[in-house]
Design a binder for this molecule. Structure first.
Ligand SMILES: CC(C)(COP(=O)(O)OP(=O)(O)OC[C@H]1O[C@@H](n2cnc3c(N)ncnc32)[C@H](O)[C@@H]1OP(=O)(O)O)[C@@H](O)C(=O)NCCC(=O)NCCS
Length: 148
């Protein structure tokens, strides 16, 4: 499914990559078709060196893939997926969500900013074709009534 969504090859892993235990994936279905997907790592964060596996970080979610099939893009599904991810993070007590995004990926940057993400840093030559990547961060304050 990622192959259909990402314009650049290498921005998604092989199926064996997504089968790794630390990565969990959810799909948006239309009938029996997968039309959207989110893959992320719980209690992990980004790495400045993209060749190194994302390190563990308690309380953080690191998104691995966030994609909608081209035919269904611009229809609000990405927004629904992002709202779902944030609700998932809050429900499970996560305090941060991180995504790394190509600097040229205006759609994804705008989607993240719409939901309150801010640019935390820039990773030089983050992608296989040497494009730089922004790290976007969303801080989730503890729920009201939580004393810790
Ligand atoms: C990024 C992506 C998931 C957005 O999904 P989508 O279903 O098209 O997004 P939505 O229709 O829900 O739009 C939600 C918001 O995203 C932003 N957005 C989406 N497409 C955009 C575009 N082409 N240009 C600028 N902003 C865009 C807007 O802020 C939009 O809010 P608005 O409609 O109020 O302006 C989708 O474009 C995609 O799958 N791209 C290819 C894979 C990819 O690059 N994934 C991100 C990797 S980090």
């Amino acid at each position: 499914m990622e192959q259909k969504c990402y314009p650049q090859k290498g921005d998604y892993g092989k199926p064996s990559f997504y089968a790794r235990q630390e990565i969990i994936s959810f799909w948006v279905m239309k009938g029996k078709r997968r039309i959207g997907s989110i893959s992320f790592m719980r209690h992990h964060t980004y790495n400045e060196n993209p060749d190194i596996w994302p390190p563990r970080c308690h309380g953080a979610i690191f998104t691995i893939s966030f994609a909608v099939i081209p035919r269904y893009q611009h229809g609000g599904i990405g927004g629904i997926m992002m709202a779902w991810l944030i609700a998932y993070a809050r429900t499970h007590g996560f305090m941060k969500i991180y995504s790394t995004i190509r600097v040229s990926n205006m759609a994804s940057i705008a989607l993240h900013k719409k939901f309150g993400f801010t640019v935390k840093s820039l990773i030089s030559q983050c992608y296989t074709d040497a494009e730089n990547g922004f790290v976007l961060e969303l801080a989730l304050p503890p729920k009201a009534g939580c004393s810790s």
